[in-house]
Design a protein. Structure first.
Length: 101
């Protein structure tokens, strides 16, 4: 293996951002000859053990990460954005999503 590395994949543990089980992501990566795969779920690491076990069984090198949502910051003082600030949207487009702080 070693055709390439995909360094940003979200599983079904990533609410509203992913749908596949970590083992399914690993299986598809192995089928395509991808030697390294990163699981970067949104605001959670709940699928990492399943991901690591599946990767070990498929001969895919696992990379662990997390895509953390943070409040927008205004100015150099590090203050949170005012209440009337523009709302965030998902990275891959789509409808407005209300995310808890």
């Amino acid at each position: 293996m070693g055709v390439g590395a995909h360094l940003h994949a979200a599983s079904g543990y990533s609410a509203r951002y992913g749908a596949s089980h970590p083992s399914d992501l690993v299986k598809r990566a192995a089928e395509r000859g991808i030697g390294t795969l990163a699981l970067t779920d949104r605001d959670t690491v709940a699928g990492t053990v399943r991901f690591a076990k599946a990767a070990a069984g498929a001969g895919v090198r696992p990379v662990f990460g997390v895509d953390v949502a943070v409040a927008p910051v205004v100015g150099s003082g590090g203050r949170a954005a005012p209440a009337g600030a523009r709302p965030r949207t998902p990275a891959r487009g789509g409808a407005y999503v209300v995310e808890p702080p």
